[in-house]
Structure formats: C-alpha cells, structure tokens
Ligand binder design. Structure first.
Ligand code: BJW
Ligand code: ZN
Length: 255
C-alpha cells in the first residue's frame, strides 16, 4: 500500500490540473448512509418508490417523509478527514482543481468553509451533479429555495407549496429518469477532460451520466486514481487503486 500511495502521490505531484469525482463512500465515515453497500439505503427501500418523479406524483407524502428523515440524519453529520484533506488540496490550487460530487449531503461545501478559516472557500466548492438535500424546488415552475426548516408530512394538505405558483415543493435532488442540470454536467465533463488526474473516491460508478466523468479524463489521456475499499467497474481502468477508506487514505494522499 505504501508504494501505491507513493505512486499516486507522484501522479498528483506532476499534474497541473486535478479533478475529484466523489460518491457516497466519502461521507460514509461521517455517518451518512451509502446507497448500495451492505447497510445501503437501497437495501431497505426501493428507489422506484422514493427517488423517481413517478413516486412523487403517486405519493408525495411518503417521498417527503423519507427526505425529512434523510435531512435529519445528514444534518447531524460533519465533514470527515477525507472531505477536509480534499478541501485543503483544492484551496491550495485555486483554478487547477475541480471537485465534482454526486453527493447531496453538503459536506464538501462545509469542509471548504471549515478549511479556509474565514478566507474565500469558493475554490473548493463542489459541482453537485445530483443536487442538494438542503434546497427545495417547485415541482411546477422549477423555482428553487433554501430547504424549509420543518416540513409537516402528516397529510397531503400540509406539504409545502410554492409561493409563486402553488404547486408542491420537492427536494432539489436528481431522481432516476430525470436529467442532470445541463450546465453543471457540462462544467464537470470539461473539468474532467482538462485534468491530468481524476481521483475517484467512494463511488460504485454505476449511475449514469455521472459515471462518464472519470471516463472523460481517461479519454483525454489522463489517469484515474481510485480510492475505494471495494472493486468497481472502473478499477481495471485506474492507474492506481488504493483499497481502503477515504478518511484514512486521503489525508496521506493529498498532504
Ligand atoms: C467507501 C467507503 C469509505 C464505502 N471510503 N469508499 C446509461 C447506462 C445505464 C443506465 C443509464 C444510463 N443513462 C441513464 C441511465 C439510467 C439511470 C442509471 O444510471 N441507472 C443505473 C443505476 C442502471 N440514470 C438516471 O436516471 C439519471 N438521469 C438520466 O440519465 O437522465 C437522462 C434520461 C432522462 C429520462 C429518461 C432516460 C434518460 C439520474 C440519476 C440520478 C441518481 N440519483 C441518486 C439519488 C439522489 C437523490 C438522493 O440522494 O435522494 O443519486 S441514486 C444514488 O446513486 C444517488 C447517488 O449520487 C448515486 C451514486 O451512488 P454512489 O455515490 O456511487 O453510492 P453507492 O452506494 O452506489 O456506492 C458507494 C461506494 O462507496 C461503494 O463503491 C463503496 O465500496 C464505497 N465506500 N465506504 C471510500 N469509507
Ligand atoms: Zn412554483
């Protein structure tokens, strides 16, 4: 492992531009559940019942109930040493580092704010491909708002509605069958193409089009470094695979 860590460090040292592509695994050690692991969310709930526009049309109360629970779980979680190491790396290389995440938990952003100690954290803010758990969006007109402090899920009539058009509000996340925000996806793909190294952390790389992000680095002649305790479909393509947990490995990799 020491040799592999050194190999990955030298790839990063030689790279002018670096992209990070992260998934649920980077937040696992903060206490945020992943989706597909042993204790993953999709082991206890069916994505079709909760994370599709059809599910929201069928039973918006049920979907809201699940997201209120998710918000309460994630609100109690703080960034771990992996998020913080990544944020420090990005802040030290403004304009040369892109943080691209599938996560909706806001922990990269919080890590950036913590790591600056008051200076401008923006260069370590992530591109959030799947939205944010802490924003709402109108299911009618699309207007976005900060997440409400509390949502009354006791009945359909108490669910939050848009102040502009009266349609139901929903969490501003990307469900299966929905398109990702085109500008955000385009910026992520451009950053991945421009990067000599893409560090892929804690994602099963099963969900598309997000999983095309590291492919863009590979197609442009760059290298992938994978940090994950388990094998993924991307592992064979990676120049270096670091088998282990993000919060343990990233501080050493990125110091
Ligand atoms: C650790 C660790 C530690 C553990 N340290 N690591 C092309 C091919 C095939 C299918 C499709 C395709 N194009 C589109 C599709 C369909 C679909 C899709 O991808 N399906 C596949 C699953 C088969 N995609 C979509 O529907 C997307 N939309 C779209 O394509 O629109 C165009 C279109 C429109 C209409 C019709 C047709 C096309 C949208 C996808 C939206 C995904 N949304 C979710 C929910 C977000 C909201 C919420 O959170 O509630 O996003 S699903 C869920 O999966 C979430 C995640 O962001 C995403 C990825 O999961 P992730 O992060 O990889 O987590 P896990 O759990 O899978 O993996 C964790 C990893 O961490 C594991 O590898 C562990 O080993 C590791 N780990 N501990 C480091 N400590
Ligand atoms: Zn509206």
């Amino acid at each position: 492992m020491k040799d592999l860590l050194e190999e990955a460090r030298s790839l990063l040292g030689a790279a002018r531009r670096v992209a990070f592509f992260t998934g649920a695994g980077i937040s696992a050690e903060s206490g945020v559940p992943t989706f597909r692991g042993e204790d993953g969310l999709w082991r206890s709930w069916r994505a079709e019942d909760l994370a599709t526009p059809q599910a929201f049309r069928r039973d918006p109360r049920l979907v809201w109930e699940w997201y209120v629970w998710r918000r309460s779980v994630v609100s109690a979680c703080r960034p771990n040493e992996g998020h913080l190491a990544l944020a420090r790396f990005a802040l030290a290389r403004p304009g040369r580092t892109a943080v691209i995440t599938q996560n909706v938990d806001g922990l990269h952003r919080e890590a950036a704010v913590r790591a600056t100690g008051g200076a401008d954290p923006a260069s370590a803010y992530p591109l959030e491909l799947h939205g944010s758990l802490f924003r709402d969006r109108c299911s009618g007109c699309g207007a976005r708002t900060e997440a409400l402090d509390s949502v009354d899920v006791s009945s359909l009539s108490t669910l939050p509605r848009c102040g502009r058009c009266g349609a139901l509000l929903r969490p501003d996340v990307v469900w299966f069958g929905e398109t990702l925000e085109a500008v955000v996806l385009a910026r992520a793909m451009a950053a991945a193409r421009a990067a000599e190294v893409c560090v892929v952390v804690g994602t099963s790389t099963l969900v598309y089009p997000a999983a095309y992000v590291p492919c863009a680095t590979l197609e442009a002649g760059g290298a992938v470094v994978e940090v994950n305790p388990e094998e993924t479909p991307l592992s064979d393509e990676a120049a270096v695979v670091l088998r282990g947990r993000a919060a343990s490995l990233l501080p050493g990799l990125l110091a």
